[in-house]
Write a protein that binds this ligand. Structure first.
Ligand code: UD1
Ligand code: MG
Length: 452
C-alpha cells in the first residue's frame, strides 16, 4: 500500500474572526478546528503529519503536538499563497515516498469516506482534487472538467464570465505523489490576479506534462471552511446535529436531542438515556444502560453501566464511576473513584477521593481537599455511612463499615466498623425557649409603643 503523508495548511491569520487566538485554534465541540482536520486526516494512517504554521505559529504547533506528538510543525514566515505554503513542508517530508494529502486547518468536516474515495481515485490518476457542487459558488476556485479529467483549476479572481458560471468548485484538498507534487509546485509562478503562488496551478501544470488529474466530489457541508464567528457557530451546530443523530442511531435515547451538546470525542453506550440540557466536555465515556438526567455537565470522566447521574450533577476530570453508582442533584465529583453501587445523592462535593462499594454519602457532605496550597486525599471504605453534612478534612480515611455522625468535622482517621462523632454535644434547657420568646416579644411591644 502507498504510504501517506498529511500536510495541513494553517498559516492564515483569520482576520474575520477578529480574535487574538489563531483561527485554527477556535474550538468546535471542544476541540480546535485544527484537531478536527487532523482527526479526519488520521483515517489515512499517515506516516507523517506536517502542519504549516504562520500566524500564532507557536500556539498552533503546540495544539498540533498536544493532539499528536509525532506531528511536525513548519513555519511559513510570509503567506505567499497555498503552493508556497505546501512547499514549506518539503524539508519535513525529506525521505518520504508516497502520497501527500493537503488539508486545511480551518476545514474541519472532511469525512473519512471522502479521503478514502480520493485515495482510491489516486490509483488511476496522478493528481486528485476534492471538489463539490456549490449552492453559491461565490469566490471559490472553479474546476474545469473534460469528462472524468480535470484540466485546470481557475481561481475566481482570474476566471472569465464563462468559467465563473461553473458550479463545481475546489475545496482546496488535493492528493498526489510527493515527488510529483513538489516538482509541480517548483513550476508554480505568481503571475495572477492575486500575485500569489496558487496550489491550484499544479493541475494545469500536471496536464501540460501529460499527467492525469481528476476530481472527486463530496457534499458541500464537508468542505465548510470557517472564517468568522458566525461560521464557527454554524460549524458547531452542524457538528451537534450530526452527533445527536449518530448517538440515536447507536442506540442512545435523547429525550430532547436539540438540547444535548456533545464533544468531539464523547462515547455513549447503547440504551443509555440522556435527558434534556446535558452538556459533555471532552474526554467522557458513558457506558451502556446509564441514565444522565437533566442539566448535568460531564467532562473528563467515566460513567459505568447502570450509573444514574443528576439531575444537576457535575462530573469533572478524573471522576471514575463504577457500575450502578448514583450521583444526585447538586453534586460535584472531581478526581475521585466511586466504587460499585455507592451513592452520593445530594448537595455534595467529592474531590481527590476514593469511595468504596455500596457506601452511602449523606446530603451536604464535603471532602475538604484543599488547604489553600496542597490538595489531599480522602479514602472511604466499603459499605460505610457518611452522615449528612460531614466535613472530611483531608488527608483522612474512613474504614469499611464505619459511620460518621451528621454534622461531624472528621479530622482523624476512622477505623473500620467505628462510629465517629465530631461535633459539639447537645444541651437541652427545659422551658428556656418559652422564656426567651416572652422576653423578646415584650421587648418588641415596648419598642413599637415608643415609636408611636
Ligand atoms: C483556496 C483555493 C480555492 C478554493 C478555496 C476553498 C488556492 C489558490 N485557492 O482559495 O481554489 O476554492 O481555497 O476554500 O489554493 N494558507 C496558508 N498559507 C498561505 C495561504 C493560505 O497556510 O500562504 C492557508 C489559509 O490559512 C487557509 C487555506 O490555506 O486555511 C486556504 O487559503 P485561502 O487564502 O483562504 O485560499 P482561498 O483564496 O480561499
Ligand atoms: Mg479561504
Amino acid at each position: 500500500m502507498t504510504e501517506k503523508a498529511l500536510v495541513i495548511l494553517a498559516a492564515g491569520k483569520g482576520t474575520r474572526m477578529n480574535s487574538d487566538l489563531p483561527k485554527v485554534l477556535h474550538p468546535v465541540a471542544g476541540a480546535p478546528l485544527l484537531v478536527h482536520a487532523m482527526k479526519s486526516g488520521a483515517m489515512l494512517e499517515p506516516a507523517r503529519t506536517v502542519i504549516v504554521t504562520g500566524h500564532g505559529a507557536e500556539a498552533v504547533a503546540k495544539a498540533a503536538s498536544d493532539w499528536d506528538e509525532e506531528a511536525v510543525s513548519v513555519l511559513q514566515e510570509e503567506q505567499l499563497g497555498t503552493a508556497h505554503a505546501v512547499a514549506q513542508a518539503r524539508p519535513a517530508l525529506e525521505g518520504f515516498e508516497g502520497d501527500v494529502f493537503v488539508l486545511y486547518g480551518d476545514t474541519p468536516f472532511i469525512r473519512p469516506e471522502t479521503l478514502e474515495a480520493m485515495a482510491e481515485a489516486r490509483l488511476r490518476h496522478d493528481v486528485v482534487v476534492l471538489g463539490f457542487e456549490a449552492a453559491d459558488p461565490g469566490r471559490y476556485g472553479r474546476l474545469l472538467m473534460q469528462g472524468e479529467v480535470l484540466e485546470k483549476i481557475v481561481e475566481f479572481k482570474d476566471a472569465s464570465e464563462e468559467e465563473r458560471a461553473i458550479t463545481l468548485c475546489n475545496s482546496g484538498v488535493i492528493a498526489a505523489d510527493a515527488k510529483v507534487l513538489f516538482d509541480l509546485i517548483d513550476a508554480v509562478g505568481c503571475e495572477n490576479a492575486a500575485g500569489e503562488y496558487y496550489l491550484t496551478d499544479v493541475v494545469g501544470l500536471a496536464r501540460a506534462r501529460g499527467l492525469s488529474a481528476t476530481a472527486v466530489a463530496c457534499p458541500e457541508e464537508e468542505t465548510m471552511g470557517i472564517n468568522s464567528r458566525a461560521e464557527l457557530a454554524q460549524a458547531e451546530a452542524a457538528f451537534q446535529t450530526r452527533a445527536r443523530a449518530q448517538a440515536m442511531e447507536d442506540g442512545v435515547t435523547l429525550t430532547a436531542p436539540e438540547t444535548v451538546f456533545f464533544a468531539h470525542d464523547t462515547v455513549v453506550g447503547r440504551d443509555t438515556v440522556i435527558e434534556p440540557n446535558v452538556v459533555f466536555g471532552s474526554d467522557v465515556t458513558v457506558e451502556s444502560e446509564a441514565h444522565i438526567r437533566a442539566f448535568s455537565h460531564l467532562e473528563g470522566c467515566h460513567v459505568s453501566r447502570g450509573g444514574v447521574i443528576g439531575p444537576y450533577a457535575r462530573l469533572r476530570p478524573g471522576a471514575e464511576l463504577a457500575e450502578d453508582v448514583k450521583v444526585g442533584n447538586f453534586v460535584e465529583i472531581k478526581a475521585a473513584r466511586i466504587d460499585r453501587g455507592a451513592k452520593v445523592n445530594h448537595l455534595s462535593y467529592i474531590g481527590d477521593a476514593e469511595i468504596g462499594e455500596e457506601t452511602n454519602v449523606g446530603a451536604g457532605t464535603i471532602t475538604c481537599n484543599y488547604d489553600g496550597v496542597f490538595k489531599h486525599q480522602t479514602r472511604i471504605g466499603a459499605r460505610a455511612f457518611i452522615g449528612s453534612n460531614t466535613m472530611l478534612v483531608a488527608p483522612v480515611s474512613v474504614g469499611d463499615d464505619a459511620m460518621t455522625g451528621s454534622g461531624s468535622v472528621i479530622t482523624q482517621d476512622v477505623e473500620p466498623g467505628a462510629l465517629a462523632l465530631a461535633r459539639a454535644k447537645q444541651v437541652n434547657k427545659p422551658g428556656f425557649a418559652r422564656k426567651l420568646f416572652e422576653m423578646l416579644k415584650a421587648r418588641k411591644a415596648k419598642a413599637t409603643k415608643e415609636a408611636q
